[in-house]
Design a protein around this ligand. Structure first.
Ligand code: AMP
Ligand code: GLY
Length: 430
């Protein structure tokens, strides 16, 4: 099969790395990819993955490329092209593509849609209201004593969420989003949620319109600095499994969310083929869904795919074709840890073009894989090209060993200004 993968982050490197191991993959392109993706080779015939200089959001050019080169499957990594309707567009031209269509992508592209869907279908979530009017939003925030999550409706690159603990802060947050339009038109509507306390987990399930298959647990680290200090980021590190739910609890939490979700999708004519990724808070009053994403998490993918024992291509094909009921997902009993190395300044502004050293030494370590995110090649060297630069991932029998192995690899790699959290997976040991 010829495959086109869309995206350029650590998630897409992990997808490409795993798909390249499939005996059925005979050709792979990635648009636009990154330096690490461009070094991957297919197991079946040794051919290199080819980078195509088209951005993940340039739908007309991606379509033209696909019509010319006829991939047997296009795999979409990021949320933006999904929200823009790339799946509908490709399907309208008879091209096979994996990911939710625009209607399905709304779970992520509209927080208002998601919140109201959860309420309509009895998915466990928190007290919340959706508002187009700042005055009413503030009234609701006051009814929660200002202890809220104030969320811009639309996509805001994971930054459109402000957490507040007083009425003053909440009113300021509402003004920032709705009046000052800090996130542009994404802030025309807001969702105000009750502020939850508890342990946060990432869940993933793959869906084919009729069946869902739940993945093991993982946990992300969203804040930039150790001990969950600093600004929210796309995610600074993950590990899987996370020990806060045993298998039976995971199964029951999964069911409590996925059964009403799937029934709701079917009732509302949402034919969802892709990953549904609920962010879940384990609270005193049970698990509550904070939000839905409609794609693989980044850096969750890096720890999931290093543990997945199936051929990923088989699973994506089953998700497209509606045959997931015939698939048994197999997960390694090993624990995986991913530590993100980011550019100095991230998630604020940061420099690019810093030479990265030590990648060869890290690559020589056993049970370790350095996934690239914001990297490119310049004058024959690999240099930084984004906020999150690398996802240094290792796996082992125990979490302690996996974490040590990941940090050993991190210690071999360097670029000017490199920053990373030193406490990935610490919560698991508390
Ligand atoms: P979201 O983009 O909706 O996932 O929000 C970003 C982050 O803000 C989440 O990963 C949580 O850490 C935090 N968060 C979101 N909503 C809430 C909430 N209702 N209560 C507490 N924390 C929240
Ligand atoms: N790891 C967080 C996300 O992918 O949204």
């Amino acid at each position: 099969m010829k495959l086109l993968v869309i995206g350029s982050g650590g998630r897409e490197h992990a997808l490409v790395w795993k798909l390249a191991q499939s005996p059925s993959a005979t050709k792979m392109w990635c648009a636009p990819g990154n330096a690490g993706i461009g070094e991957e080779k297919l197991t079946s015939n040794g051919s290199m993955v080819e980078l195509i200089a088209i951005s993940a959001e340039d739908l007309p050019k991606l379509l033209a490329f696909a019509l010319e080169h006829k991939p047997d499957l296009t795999v979409v990594g990021p949320d933006n092209p999904l929200g823009m309707g790339i799946v509908d567009l490709f399907q309208s031209k008879g091209l096979r593509i994996w990911g939710p269509n625009q209607k399905g992508a709304q779970f992520e592209s509209s927080k208002v849609f998601s919140q109201q869907f959860m309420e309509r279908h009895g998915i466990p979530t928190m007290k919340a209201g959706t508002f187009a009017d700042a005055k009413q939003a503030k009234e609701f925030a006051r009814s929660l004593d200002g202890r809220c999550a104030v969320k811009a409706d639309g996509l805001a690159l994971g930054k459109g969420v402000l957490l507040t603990t007083s009425v003053e802060e909440a009113e300021k947050a509402i003004d920032e989003i709705m009046v000052d339009k800090a996130f542009g038109t994404a802030g025309n509507n807001v969702v105000i949620q009750e502020l939850l306390e508890g342990m946060e987990l990432s869940l993933h399930a793959i869906a084919d319109g009729k069946t869902t298959k739940l993945f093991p647990t993982s946990q992300d680290h969203k804040r930039a600095l150790d001990n969950d200090q600093g600004l929210n980021t796309g995610g600074m590190g993950t590990y899987s499994p996370a020990p806060f739910l045993n298998d039976a609890e995971l199964e029951s939490v999964g069911q409590a969310i996925l059964e009403p979700w799937l029934k709701g999708c079917q009732a509302e004519g949402i034919d969802f083929h892709g990953i549904i990724y609920p962010g879940v808070m384990l609270t005193k009053n049970g698990p509550k869904v904070l939000e839905f994403n409609a794609r693989f998490g980044d850096p969750e993918t890096q720890v999931y795919l290093t543990r997945l024992e199936n051929d990923l291509l088989d699973i994506l094909n089953a998700s497209v074709d509606g045959t997931l009921d015939q698939v048994t997902m197999k997960w390694s009993s090993k624990v995986a840890v991913c530590v993100v190395m980011a550019s100095g300044g991230y998630p604020g502004s940061y420099p690019k073009g810093k030479v990265i050293t030590g990648l060869d030494k890290a690559a020589a370590l056993p049970d370790t894989k350095v996934f690239h995110a914001g990297t490119t090649t310049k004058d024959g060297q690999i240099v930084t090209n984004g906020g999150r630069v690398l996802g240094v991932t290792a796996w082992a029998e125990t979490l302690m060993e996996a974490r040590e192995a990941a940090y050993r690899a991190v210690s071999l790699i360097d670029f000017e200004g490199a920053q990373f959290r030193r406490d990935i997976a610490s919560k698991a040991f508390r």
